[in-house]
Ligand binder design. Structure first.
Ligand code: GDP
Ligand code: CA
Length: 300
């Protein structure tokens, strides 16, 4: 069974890892969000692609919950000493990856090309694609002003309520090479339990990807990122409350209207009566067994 999965960073990566532990990794294509990408200290950082790469390669820091395991911070401390920006936490090992990516992009290689090389270098069995090679950036309108994604999320600790989202560059963005083919060739399309607004919607903002989902001939299954109406981590619940009017499975499903056939929800959010089919299971991915149970529920 071939699957294509749309994914954000850490939450999505956990689910992708669950899929890779359940299916043949070679049958999985991950289409990752690039709306969070940024340039910091001259480096091009793709946080969501990197979270997926690190998690699948077993290089992620489980305790911190993000970034590279066995990380050290000397380069950033030195940057700070010289007055460089240090608000975005880049570890020494992480910087190694960003150096390779940045050099490649400056030499004219597309993001999908260098992502494939990085994935090969760590022996990733899963195919990892950015949603687009074109520049696409998430902007948020808040009562305190307009912020780029990382300004809002990291620098301001996502404390501002979000009134509106904008995906700069999305109108002209084309799906990266392989994305349309993966969606057309999949037996099943999955939306990871990522933040619907800032992780999945920026992927769907690429018209070619949204069209492919609208015209799908195979089922599309989304996994809810909420458990008992609350996010496991991050601002998804607050965003849903403000932008969709609540945090029930119906509100999650409303983010994907016309795009999904099934919503996988946690036991804590059942029972519900939705227009789409629901699958009820435990959705907290605490260990291999829990991850596998969720992957199997979504694949059923
Ligand atoms: P980010 O890009 O690193 O912020 O990560 P994502 O957008 O991919 O994932 C963030 C979402 O993952 C949050 O809304 C969490 O509620 C959700 N999440 C994290 N771990 C779990 C889990 O074990 N189960 C479920 N159902 N959701 C999770
Ligand atoms: Ca993200």
């Amino acid at each position: 069974m071939k699957v294509a999965v749309l994914s954000g960073g850490v939450g999505g990566a956990r689910f992708v890892r669950a899929l890779a532990e359940t299916l043949e990794p070679g049958d999985i294509t991950v289409i990752g969000n690039v709306g969070d990408d940024l340039e910091v200290l001259g480096l091009h950082v793709s946080p969501d692609l990197d979270s997926i790469l690190y998690a699948l390669a077993g290089l992620n820091d489980e305790e911190r919950g993000w970034g590279r395991a066995a990380e050290t911070w000397s380069a950033l401390e030195e940057a700070r000493r010289y007055g460089g920006e240090d608000w975005f936490k880049l570890g020494d090992r992480d910087i190694g990856l960003h150096l390779v990516r940045t050099q490649a992009l400056r030499a004219g290689e597309p993001l999908s090309g260098v992502t494939a090389r990085l994935a090969d270098a760590v022996g990733l069995g899963v195919r990892l694609l950015p949603a687009t090679d074109d520049r696409l950036r998430t902007w948020l309108e808040t009562p305190a002003g307009t912020f780029s994604f990382q300004d809002w999320f990291v620098a301001r600790g996502h404390r501002d309520e979000v009134d509106e989202l904008r995906f700069e560059g999305a109108e002209d963005a084309r799906p990266a090479p392989g994305v349309a083919e993966a969606l057309a060739g999949a037996d099943l399309i999955l939306l990871a339990p990522s933040n619907p607004y800032v992780s999945i919607t920026p992927i769907l903002a690429v018209a070619g990807i949204r069209d492919a989902l609208e015209r799908r001939t195979v089922p599309c299954v989304a996994v809810s990122p909420l458990i008992g109406g609350a996010a496991v981590k991050g601002p998804a619940d607050r965003m849903l409350a403000r932008l969709a009017g609540g945090t029930t499975p119906a509100h999650v499903a409303s983010c994907y209207e016309g795009l999904i056939d099934v919503l996988v929800i946690d036991e804590a959010d059942a029972p519900v009566d939705l227009e789409v089919e629901t699958v009820v299971t435990k959705t907290l991915m605490t260990d291999v067994a829990a991850r596998r149970r969720l992957a199997e529920a979504a694949l059923r």
